[in-house]
Design a protein around this ligand. Structure first.
Ligand SMILES: Nc1ncnc2c1ncn2[C@@H]1O[C@H](COP(=O)(O)OP(=O)(O)OP(=O)(O)O)[C@@H](O)[C@H]1O
Length: 211
């Protein structure tokens, strides 16, 4: 499924009555990857949470397929098409890897056990399907959350620090998966403190310069 055009116009964010950023604007189309960069506290997570619909902006507009997400008419398409994976892995400690994915997917696109096991194998967790997440390492817990990228068919990925706690091989695999998603007509918006300069075609939005 191809992503529809995304337009962000003069988006502003305040936290505790302090302006974090005042006029973030960009447009993205199918096949594009955007890295949101900037120092700690510059508002990268806040911007991604606004885009995901989890935080209200102080001002500005987000359009998906030409329809305003914030005003309402584009909201259903946006909620259907965007997948947000936050900074924390958001896995439930007492549930197994499989149960976590079944629960996470049930909220948007329910998945079969077979599909979940396949996705867990793709993120290197074959043999860990039935292990409660409190018995997994930090990197393995992150991999459980990232398995959704192999499982679900959302065209727009919004990923906050997806590489955190992931080993070198895992980072390379995830980078390739991000690029492959874009090649299939998806859009990826992500934050990371590691450089993506070695990947061709990744656009960069620097909140430091916009603040
Ligand atoms: N729930 C909140 N309530 C009030 N202020 C918050 C909240 N969450 C974050 N902030 C503030 O907003 C600012 C930006 O935080 P944000 O997490 O968006 O930055 P970031 O660029 O993602 O940082 P990092 O690189 O450290 O992850 C920080 O000064 C932070 O203290």
């Amino acid at each position: 499924m191809k992503a529809l055009p995304i337009e962000v116009e003069n988006l502003a964010c305040e936290r505790d009555q302090r302006e974090l950023f005042g006029s973030v604007s960009f447009e993205l189309g199918a096949g594009e990857v955007l890295q949101v960069a900037g120092p700690n506290g510059s508002g990268k997570t806040s911007l991604l949470r606004i885009l995901a619909g989890l935080l209200a902006p102080a001002d500005g507009e987000l359009r998906y397929g030409g329809a305003s997400v914030l005003a309402g008419e584009g909201r259903d398409n946006w909620r259907r098409d965007r997948l947000f994976i936050g900074h924390a892995p958001a896995v439930k400690a007492n549930l197994t890897a499989e149960e976590n994915l079944a629960w996470l997917c049930a909220l948007s696109q329910p998945c079969s056990s077979e599909a979940i096991w396949r996705a867990l194998a793709q993120v290197g967790l074959r043999g860990f399907e039935d292990v409660p997440c409190h018995n997994l390492s930090a990197g393995q817990q992150r991999r459980v959350a990232l398995a959704r990228l192999y499982l679900q068919a959302h065209p727009v990925w919004i990923l906050d620090e997806p590489f955190t706690a992931i080993d070198k091989t895992g980072v390379a695999e995830l980078e390739a998966h991000v690029l492959a998603h874009a090649e299939r007509g998806g859009v990826v918006i992500l934050t990371t403190h590691h450089s993506l300069d070695h990947l061709s075609g990744v656009r960069r939005l620097d909140l430091e310069r916009l603040a």
